[in-house]
Design a protein around this ligand. Sequence first.
Ligand code: NAD
Ligand code: UGA
Length: 463
Amino acid sequence: MNICCIGAGYVGGPTMAMIAYKCPDIQVTVVDLNQKRIDAWNSDHLPVYEPGLDEVVKAARGRNLHFSTEVNAAIKAADMIFIAVNTPTKTFGTGAGRAANVEFVEKCARQIAEASSGHKIVVEKSTLPVRTAEAVKRILENSNNGSTFDVLSNPEFLAEGTAVQDLLNPDRVLIGGESKAAIGKLVDVYAHWVPRERILTTNLWSSELSKLTANAFLAQRVSSINAISALCEATGADVDEVAKAIGTDSRIGPKFLKSSVGFGGSCFQKDILNLVYLCEHFGLREVAEYWEQVIRMNDYQKRRFCERMVRTMFNTVSNKQIAIWGFAFKKDTNDTRESAAIYVCRDLLNERAKLKIYDPQVSEEQVRRDLIEVFSYATGTITDQERALIADHVSVVSSAEEAARGSHAIAVMTEWDAFKKLNYESILQSMYRPAFVFDGRNLLNHKHLTSLGFEVHAIGKTT
Ligand code: NAD
Ligand code: UGA
């Protein structure tokens, strides 16, 4: 069998690398329009940072795993074509700010229709609005070169930072479709390493909707515990203790109850907005409003973090230096998309704070790009003053200690394990007093830091 995957991003790259690694009898080619990305996949510096990914890629690359920009050739040679392109929130026209932009998926479908010959199985790997498969099918059916197609939905559930483990040992693999034969072929691919009882098959629309629902439920748990964190701060309860107490109820379970500065990542917000848009489209206003509240709570959580910092630091952070520890949206990834750190930094810059930012995996170029983008978000442009603010008030440094040196406060934005093991005595010596720590992840040992002389403010805890 020959597989092609269009889209060499955070999903296409790792998932195809795992298929190639586990299925030496299958040739896998991952294609992308982005030459730089493909070059990186073919180099020693993969474009995606994921623990364990280098080993998987190295074992299969050149054997049965290939990265290329020759999209048409890969489509022609393939029996099965995965579409794993980005489906961001639409920024223009009808549904702007809510609906998923499926433009790239449609382009792929058209290209597949044009470049194919014979029979192909087309697999939606991207997260898509319910019934997108219908549009994909119609485009493919109109191909005028005699080729025939089956369309399957096979959403991806990996989380960044644990992608390799999630792919090696998935809770389930979900395959939606109409043709038993096509479903069987895709089941056979996963059955190389996934127990068959964990491969679920459904109809197309259930599969598409299950993906959006899974992300909505996960994000809802984070927003729920974050809502409680605000109440903890007001009442003296401790959010970690509350999470433990409720998480031991087997009906609730302990996972995804870690209160934080707010969830980020490329998907939770985009997928919930997409769900909200779908509900509105089908006239389900109450359902739309219910899910929208998950996003509103997340915005509140990010906003109130900066407000608390300013309030605590005597109502002004103007020209005070603040160390920002972590910029990625979670640990063990270099991905910053929708990271809470971006919004907190924007709000702090609006207060004229000076930021010294450190993240072990995020480049300075990426930090500056994200900040420029977030300032441009409301109006589509960035003013000269805002540009100057980013240039003058932001520096990106190469260690956590360097960020803290000469700072009034440390703000922990990402839960990198390395932050737990630093020499806090010497860090304290290098800071202004009072030396504030705002722990946006409840990561650090607060008792220890307080005993050293830091003033610690944590999510869902009173000082
Ligand atoms: P990404 O932006 O990292 O990668 C998408 C890639 O597709 C880009 O490299 C882009 O150049 C390429 N592309 C776009 N149009 C193309 C075309 N016509 N031809 C060839 N290449 C094209 O996105 P991602 O994070 O990998 O997400 C992809 C999809 O998977 C999204 O729908 C997302 O919702 C879903 N998803 C993502 C994750 C995640 O952890 N990132 C997890 C599960 C599902
Ligand atoms: C999430 C889902 O977990 C995946 O199943 C899904 O495939 C993926 O989205 C997707 O569709 O893109 P991901 O966003 O990579 O994965 O990472 P998560 O571990 O879900 O974390 C998302 C955000 O929530 C992060 O900012 C994280 O810090 C935050 N979070 C998570 C919390 O604040 N508290 C928690 O208890 C868990």
